[in-house]
Every structure is written in structure tokens, then in C-alpha cells.
Design a protein around this ligand. Structure first.
Ligand SMILES: [Fe+2]
Length: 245
């Protein structure tokens, strides 16, 4: 019997070697306006290691790991959550623009008031008993995914005086291998807080960081129901979606 790990290795080995990121296209490890980067940035130059099987393989999650309805964050409780209902969809692609099928995407976010359903969040904003803020979905054969959720609110984060995070959705993916692991944040177009956000601006190349901003999309907007936003995710390569460092 082929294990998930072995299947991942077989898939990943077809794709090597994987390209390194372009300079400025990923967040700087040290970006002083983002306070916690000062504490955790490496103090020594990085040592590049060759990719071996442990980087070129990774977990493969089967459909049994994703429960029906996990992609609809508005339908996980008895009632309907408050806020603006949205549909976030797109494709997951590799560094050459090929679809990555059947890969797990996990998302988490705060509610419409800017509060996470998490014991560490003490922001003075209401919790929503009908919104947990977690979702999972597998991409289809064309690498497509779709979530239904609530547009998250902005929230304060004390990085600097009067600091507010722009509305964002957190995402986590593995793709085919550990070396394509991505943890990132998706933003919304036209948000005035983006220009002030050190996490968003820690990616030096403006074209690269704009890949973190979703696009409003009338085609995926469901009449009388929800606005649609498109967000394609590229794992590695020159068009890679920036990682959250
Ligand atoms: Fe957040």
C-alpha cells in the first residue's frame, strides 16, 4: 500500500528542481517597522542547502480529511454569522503555472467585528457565536478552490501607535512538497490600511506584494447572496505568492 508520504514523494520528484525566490519577492526576515521581525530574524547569513527527498516530498491529504461543509464558514453553527458574506475562490498553481490538484488549503480569520474566536484575542470587539473562523478545502483537478465566508474586520495589534491590521484571511498550504509550503495572508482591494501595514510592506517588491491582494470578481459574485473575490496562489517560482515570515 502506498502511504500518503510516498505518494507525495512520487508527485514531488516529477517537479524538481524547485527554483529559489527572486530577491525582494518575499518578505525580509528583518523589517524593523514590523516589531517582532527584529526579535526573530536570523542574526547570521543564511546557508542554502540542496533540496533532498525530505524537502521534495510532503503530506498528501485525502478527501476523508476534509469534512463536507468545511469550506463554508457561514454554515458551521445553528445560526448565520453577522457580516458581509463573501465567496473567495481561485486556483493553486506551481512555479510553471501548472494546476496543483487535490491539495489541502486551510484558512482562518477573525469575524466581521475584527475578533478571533481564540483565547489569546483580547480585542474589545464582540465574538460571534455563529462564526468559528476556520475552513478547509481540497483543490479540484484543475487546482480550483472556493470558500464561502464573512468578510473579516480590521483589528488593532499594538505594533506601533494606533496600528490596525488591514482585513485579511490567513491561508496555509503544502502543495506537493515541504519546499512548497506556504503560510500567507490574503487582503482585499482598495483597503486604505494596506499602505500603513508593516506585514504587507515587508515584501520589498511592490508587484510581489500586490499578489497578496485579491480581486473583486463579478463572475463569481452570486446575485442576491455574496460578493466574489478571486485569489490565485502560486507556490514558488518567479510569480510566487509571498510567504508570511
Ligand atoms: Fe490575522
Amino acid at each position: 500500500m502506498t502511504t500518503d508520504f510516498q505518494r507525495g514523494a512520487q508527485l514531488a520528484l516529477k517537479n524538481r528542481p524547485l527554483r529559489r525566490a527572486q530577491p525582494g519577492a518575499q518578505p525580509d526576515y528583518l523589517y524593523p517597522p514590523y516589531g517582532s521581525s527584529v526579535r526573530r530574524a536570523p542574526s547570521q547569513p543564511l546557508v542554502l542547502l540542496p533540496h533532498t527527498l525530505s524537502e521534495l516530498s510532503g503530506p498528501v491529504f485525502g478527501h476523508d480529511r476534509v469534512t463536507p461543509g468545511a469550506a463554508d464558514l457561514t454554515a458551521q453553527h445553528d445560526g448565520v454569522p453577522l457580516g458581509e458574506r463573501i465567496i473567495v475562490s481561485g486556483r493553486v498553481l506551481d512555479e510553471d503555472g501548472r494546476a496543483i490538484p487535490e491539495t489541502l488549503i486551510e484558512i482562518w480569520q477573525c469575524n466581521a467585528a475584527g475578533r478571533y474566536a481564540h483565547r489569546m484575542d483580547t480585542h474589545d470587539a464582540p465574538l460571534d457565536p455563529n462564526f468559528s473562523g476556520y475552513g478547509r478545502v481540497l483543490t479540484d483537478k484543475q487546482g480550483r478552490y472556493s470558500f464561502t465566508t464573512i468578510k473579516p474586520g480590521a483589528y488593532p495589534w499594538r505594533n506601533h501607535p494606533n496600528a490596525w491590521r488591514p482585513a485579511h484571511v490567513h491561508l496555509s498550504l503544502f502543495g506537493l512538497a515541504m519546499a512548497t509550503r506556504l503560510v500567507t495572508q490574503m487582503y482585499f482591494p482598495g483597503d486604505p490600511l494596506l499602505a500603513l501595514d508593516p506585514i504587507y510592506n515587508s515584501t520589498a517588491n511592490p508587484r510581489a506584494r500586490e499578489r497578496l491582494v485579491s480581486a473583486f470578481d463579478l463572475d463569481s459574485t452570486r446575485p442576491e447572496w455574496a460578493l466574489g473575490y478571486l485569489f490565485d496562489i502560486v507556490l514558488r517560482g518567479r510569480d510566487a505568492t509571498p510567504m508570511e515570515q
